[in-house]
Ligand binder design. Structure first.
Ligand code: SF4
Ligand code: SF4
Length: 222
């Protein structure tokens, strides 16, 4: 989810890198599951999230869509997946009856990140601590990379950056090439980066190959 506002308004005013300590550790959430409910379509999924979810649940993207585990939403002219919400409390599909995440090991990047956010500037990003978003007020300090609980963190950050700026460039491409191309572009992105399964053991390498091919095909080479 993109947020508007100054860094001072939405955070503690600081930017963090992966080796910094940050007051994000809500200590196993202690029976709270507030950020797994009522989130609408804001827990957006990148290609790694969907690939990981498909592998972990032994399902396809179409299968996840059919069960309501994930949903599709129009975002800036594209059709992108997000976590599915269900029931009276509009809870995440994967929140179990004990109020715990049933796919903890393969939870999406945004869930790993929260209550941190990403602040993009000049082709890179830093982390920031979202003010007043997490219900746990007495959080302790933890190193950012430990909090993210993500293997190959350097490759992961490169992927996150490349995906973000590719989406920005597609947005720009749509503005320049007219909205009549929007549907075709939205379908292509969905099929090319999400629906077509990542077969190999190195997701990041496969994603890079697709990203370069895509940029070449649409003359967005960088
Ligand atoms: S709001 Fe904070 S404490 Fe509650 S589940 Fe989310 S991260 Fe954990
Ligand atoms: S995937 Fe897990 S951590 Fe993320 S919103 Fe759903 S239940 Fe919560």
């Amino acid at each position: 989810m993109r947020r508007e506002g100054t860094l001072e308004e939405i955070s503690d005013g600081r930017l963090y890198q992966r080796t910094d300590m940050v007051r994000a550790n809500c200590m196993d959430c202690q029976n709270c599951s507030d950020c797994c409910k009522g989130m609408g379509n804001t827990i957006q999924l990148d290609p790694l999230d969907v690939s990981r979810l498909c592998k972990d649940t032994e399902n396809t993207m179409q299968g996840l869509l059919q069960t309501g585990a994930i949903q599709l939403t129009v975002v800036d002219g594209l059709i992108l997946p997000s976590m599915g919400m269900q029931g009276e409390k509009s809870a995440c599909y994967f929140l179990n009856e004990k109020g715990r995440c049933s796919i903890h090991k393969s939870r999406p990047g945004i869930c790993r990140l929260f209550p941190l956010g990403r602040y993009y500037e000049n082709g890179v990003f830093s982390y920031f601590l979202q003010a007043n978003e997490c219900s746990m007020k007495n959080r302790s300090k933890i190193k950012v990379e430990k909090w993210l609980d993500t293997p190959n963190i350097v490759k992961y950050e490169t992927f996150v950056t490349n995906w973000h700026y590719l989406l920005k460039d597609i947005e720009q491409w749509l503005q320049e090439n007219g909205m009549e191309n929007q549907k075709q572009m939205a379908t292509t992105v969905l099929q090319f980066f999400y629906e077509n399964p990542y077969q190999g053991s190195d997701f990041y390498m496969e994603f890079e190959e697709r990203r370069k091919k895509f940029r070449h095909a649409f003359s967005m080479e960088k």
